[in-house]
Design a protein around this ligand. Structure first.
Ligand SMILES: [Zn+2]
Length: 418
């Protein structure tokens, strides 16, 4: 299967992008192809990589807002999560994938429950996914050993799908829900099996204080001591860090997933120390977090919030400029997850988004990169190609109506059981 995207705007020039199988093979092809897409009036950008999601939480969208984080988790989110069933996860993820594709995301890094359902939904939608079970042992290592079996069986069941686009990972939830012994066990297993580890790190100041009280050390220092820091760790949030901790994350090449919308909505009190992270050479990418705390999966919005949050928080309008903000959501996300995409160039995986330049937000068009970071949103996306397959063209995705209907039913069922 070959695709030719003719006469499309790419980095300021008109190109003919050729895709053979699942890779980009040329940017100036003049041969025919099985499928020809007219790129006139469109711009090609790499698909977004969302490095922190809980996709099925799309069913929680608008269910509980404007509450303090602990109150929100303890009294709204966790009670509802206790009623989750596999079919909720399946339809919630289908809805999430629909929204992601429609807003130009081609890969997501997800941690949640009943992840076999997430894997099935992502595979059907044709989107790339790195999937881990949200693991907690409530600080009891014995319970941890037992519960870890289901994380292992998820890894095995995803591997048995034999689909390179669905990648298994491990998902220890956070320091306050997982014992140090289990963190070590997970880290060792990840190394042995070559898996990414998806984790929530220092999202709130309370979390840091609790760690200091318990272990006499800040979280990152403690995690280093127990051997948990390494290049396969994707640490979501990573907000309340001091200079030494940033140095340690950098030394171990830990990947940071920044979730600006969620952080602002839950008022975690601080923005990530982006400048310090950048100076230390840390790889920062972007995530939306789940729909309960965002409430969309639109990465255009997350790019804009990331840039504005830094500017507002530091008082420096030059920090995190447009080009860099877009790169966090594309190239850096792909690097964080070890996926050979994130750029449109020959040899890379064909994860390509075509933006419709007729969108009013993109006019008059002085600077496309600026427009992408600050003016565009998901509705500007016209076509999405992932792994060399067209997932959406002219904003149409097959089965869309059924997904909306069934996801609504699943959400009603879930809330009805509350
Ligand atoms: Zn999260």
């Amino acid at each position: 299967m070959s695709i030719l995207i003719e006469d499309v705007l790419l980095d300021g020039d008109r190109k003919n992008i050729r895709v053979e199988g699942n890779r980009i093979t040329s940017l100036d092809s003049d041969e025919g192809a099985d499928t020809v897409i007219h790129g006139n009036g469109k711009a090609a950008i790499p698909g977004f990589v969302n490095t922190h999601t809980h996709a099925a939480m799309s069913l929680f969208r608008g269910y509980a807002d404007d509450m303090p984080l602990q109150d929100w988790l303890s009294n709204k989110i966790w009670p509802l999560e206790r009623h989750l069933k596999p079919e909720h996860i399946y339809w919630g993820t289908k809805l999430a994938c629909l929204e992601m594709i429609k807003s130009g995301t081609t890969c997501f890094n997800d941690m949640y429950f009943f992840m076999e359902e997430t894997a099935k939904a992502a595979e059907e939608m044709g989107i790339r996914a790195v999937l881990s079970e949200g693991f907690t042992d409530l600080l009891d290592p014995d319970a941890g050993k037992e519960r870890f079996q289901s994380s292992i069986s998820l890894v095995q069941s995803i591997r048995s799908m034999r689909n390179d686009m669905i990648v298994p990972a491990l998902g220890p939830h956070a320091m306050y829900t997982v014992s140090p012994e289990s963190l070590q066990m997970i880290s060792e297993y990840a190394e042995k099996e070559d898996l990414l580890v998806h984790f929530h790190l220092s999202e709130t100041e309370d979390e840091v204080n609790a760690c200091i009280e318990e272990h006499g050390k800040r979280p990152v220092e403690f995690l280093e001591e127990i051997g948990f820091l390494n290049p396969r760790l994707v640490a979501a949030h990573s907000i309340w860090l001091n200079k030494e901790e940033i140095g340690l994350l950098s030394k171990h090449d830990v990947k940071v997933s920044h979730n600006p919308v969620s952080n602002m909505k839950l008022a975690v009190g601080k923005a990530i120390p982006y400048r310090e992270m950048k100076e230390a050479g840390l790889l920062v990418s972007l995530g939306t977090d789940g729909c309960a705390s965002n409430n969309t999966l639109d990465m255009f919005e997350t790019v804009k919030f990331a840039a504005l949050y830094q500017k507002a928080f530091t008082g420096d309008p030059t920090i995190l400029p447009a080009q860099e903000a877009v790169a966090l959501a594309t190239e850096n996300g792909a690097r964080a997850l070890g996926i050979d995409a994130g750029r449109i160039s020959p040899g890379k995986l064909a994860d390509i988004v075509l933006v419709d330049l007729r969108a009013p937000q993109l006019h008059p068009g002085h600077n496309l990169v600026s427009d992408l970071a600050y003016a565009a949103n998901g509705s500007c996306v016209d076509t999405v190609i992932c792994d060399g397959k067209i997932l959406m063209q002219n904003r149409k995705i097959e089965g869309e109506d059924e997904i909306l209907e069934r996801a609504n039913e699943a959400a009603l069922d879930l809330v009805g059981n509350e």
